[in-house]
Structures are given as C-alpha cells and as structure tokens.
Design a protein around this ligand. Structure first.
Ligand SMILES: Nc1nc2c(ncn2[C@@H]2O[C@H](COP(=O)(O)OP(=O)(O)OP(=O)(O)O)[C@@H](O)[C@H]2O)c(=O)[nH]1
Ligand SMILES: [Mg+2]
Length: 306
C-alpha cells in the first residue's frame, strides 16, 4: 500500500557497505543517518549482523546495509560473519566498498575485490579515514590499483567520523540507484527491533571496557523489556553470555565494578535511544563455548550455513 504513494520517477534501492574489519562501515552508516543505529568500536569484528539504515528523501529512498567486516575467518563463528557480509552482495542495487586510506588490509581487499567481480550492480570505491593522510596524493597509487581491477562507477574519499565527502557519496548513490518503490515508511530509520539495538549498545560497552578475547566471547540477549508508560520508564533485563568462568569474572570485575560500569554507560545511551528513563538489570551467564555450539548460535541469532 505504501508503495502506491511513491511519485513517478522515484528512485530506491539497497546499498551494501562492505569492507575489511574496522574500516568504518558502521561509523559511515551512523553518519549518513545522523543517528546511532550501528555500534562502533576501535576493535575489529565489532558488527556481527546485517543492519539496515534507511534514508528517505522526497525523490529517493536509500537502504544502506551495514555488514560484518570481511576477513580471513578461521573458525565457524567468524565464517558466519563473513558469509553474512558476502551474501549481501548478490541482493543489493549498489555496493559501496570501503577501504582504509592507509592502504592496509591489502590481502583482504584483494579477496573482496575478487568477490566484487561477480557483482552486477554498480560499485563505488569509498576511501575512508582521509583525515589520517596528510598528503592526499598518496592515495593515487591505491586508487590506480583498484581501478585496474574493477570498473568502479565512482571513487570517493571520505571521513566518516566528520562527514567530509559523505554528501558527494550520497550524490553518487542517488545517481546510480534504479527507479523503484519506497520499501519502508518514510519515518523508518532501521528495520531492527529496539530490543536488538539495546543488546548491541550493551555489547558495545563490553567492547570498550573489556579487552583481548573477552568482547569476542560475549553475546547479549535482552530477556525483558517492559514499558511503564505512566512512569515514563522502561524496565530492561539483559543477559551477558560468556564462554568461560574466567570471562565471567572479568565481566563482573572486582566487587562488581566492571558490570556496574557497563550498565551505567549502556543505560545512558539506551535512555537517549528510547527517549525515556530506563532501569537496566544485567546478568552474566556462562554458556560454555557458545560460538562452537550450533544450538546456542541459533539462540543468539547467528545462523550457520551447514
Ligand atoms: N580517524 C578516523 N577514524 C575513523 C573514521 N571512521 C571510523 N573511524 C574509527 O575506526 C574505528 C572502527 O570503526 P567502525 O565503524 O566500528 O568500523 P567497522 O568497519 O564497522 O568495523 P567492523 O564492524 O569491525 O567490521 C572506530 O574507532 C571509528 O571511530 C574516520 O573517518 N577517521
Ligand atoms: Mg561495524
């Protein structure tokens, strides 16, 4: 029904944000929407799911798909993440391939470009973190190299953190998208439920506060989400799942300090997201080696292919 209201000449489509871990895909999604939809951290392999960010304009609807960073996955769990990202390529109307301006991740980028050769939709090369490069001319060899491998429709240097270059990137996306319907109502920013966004905010705080292997062993599940409209309050209870007792001890911290800090920082962001007061109860549970356990993977929303 929504679709019938779109004016003649309306353009729309899905645009994949693809790239190595940590290149700034989620930062770019948030910058495009000017809202925090996808979590970002200085650590690689932060994003684990496909996350839609919808930008609706009078004559165009762009549906950006944030994806997990592509890397040389050595175990089943990481293969799920990489498959999630790669499978997006065949389902979109344009691909925005992000690369770090430093030219790092050469091997992974070659692997991604190999996969992009099969893609029929238009490709945009987006070179991010240009704020870290003093002499822009140093980007030229990188650009030439990529151009020699793939027929990019456009090559756009950006800084996802500040937004530099993002309007130019959006101009290209608008130009390249086909005519099509409005897939989502105009006030939709994403298709993921609030419960998921809440669990992601908690996971982000774990990434910021815990180190080494611990954040990677964490899966967060929101167990209760109860609105008390009369009191302008939402009561949330969530479980932080880890793989081992030693990780549980780290997440709880001395005298519970770590868990308290995770809860404090997460609650602050969740209140901004939901626009009301939040009570946040966090529990830590050991789900032994959940990343290797098919049933647990499914329970936490990760879908192994085999
Ligand atoms: N200097 C600089 N840092 C940036 C820029 N864009 C992103 N970052 C930083 O790079 C780090 C990774 O950003 P993310 O957006 O989480 O990267 P990602 O590509 O989504 O990473 P994965 O989800 O792990 O694949 C964060 O610390 C960001 O603040 C940029 O334009 N300039
Ligand atoms: Mg990400």
């Amino acid at each position: 029904m929504e679709e019938q209201k779109t004016p003649a000449g309306f353009k729309s489509g899905y645009v994949a944000l693809i790239g190595a871990p940590n290149v700034g895909k989620s930062t770019l999604l948030n910058q495009i929407l000017r809202e925090k939809i996808s979590i970002t951290t200085p650590k690689p392999q932060t994003t684990r799911n496909r996350i839609l960010g919808i930008l609706t304009e009078p004559e165009c609807q762009m549906v950006f798909v944030d994806t997990p960073g592509i890397h040389n996955a050595r175990d089943q769990f990481n293969r799920i993440l990489v498959d999630t990202a790669l499978s997006t390529l065949s389902e979109v109307d344009a691909v925005c391939f992000l690369m770090d301006a430093s030219g790092s991740d050469r091997e992974v980028n070659d692997f991604i470009m190999e996969n992009l050769k099969r893609v029929k939709s238009p490709l945009i090369l987006t070179i991010n973190k240009i704020d870290t490069i003093r002499e822009k001319s140093r980007l030229l060899p990188l650009i030439e190299y990529c151009r020699s491998l793939l027929p990019f429709e456009a090559i756009i240097p950006i800084c996802a953190l500040s937004g530099d270059g993002v309007p130019e990137l959006l101009d290209e996306v608008r130009r390249l998208l086909p005519e099509g319907p409005r897939y989502f109502p105009e006030d939709y920013l994403t298709d993921v439920p609030e419960r998921f966004l809440v669990s992601e905010i908690i996971r982000e705080k774990v990434f910021h506060l815990a180190h080494q292997e611990v954040p990677y062993a964490v899966a967060v599940m929101v167990e209760q989400f109860i609105e008390e409209p009369g009191r302008n309050l939402i009561r949330i209870e969530a479980t932080v799942n880890v793989e081992r007792d030693s990780q549980k001890a780290i997440i709880i911290g001395k005298k519970g300090q770590m868990l308290k800090e995770i809860g404090k920082q997460a609650r602050r962001d969740i209140e901004v997201l939901l626009g009301c007061r939040v009570y946040l109860g966090l529990f830590v549970r050991v789900q032994k080696n959940w990343r290797k356990d098919r049933r647990a993977l499914l329970e936490f929303g990760y879908h192994p292919k085999h």
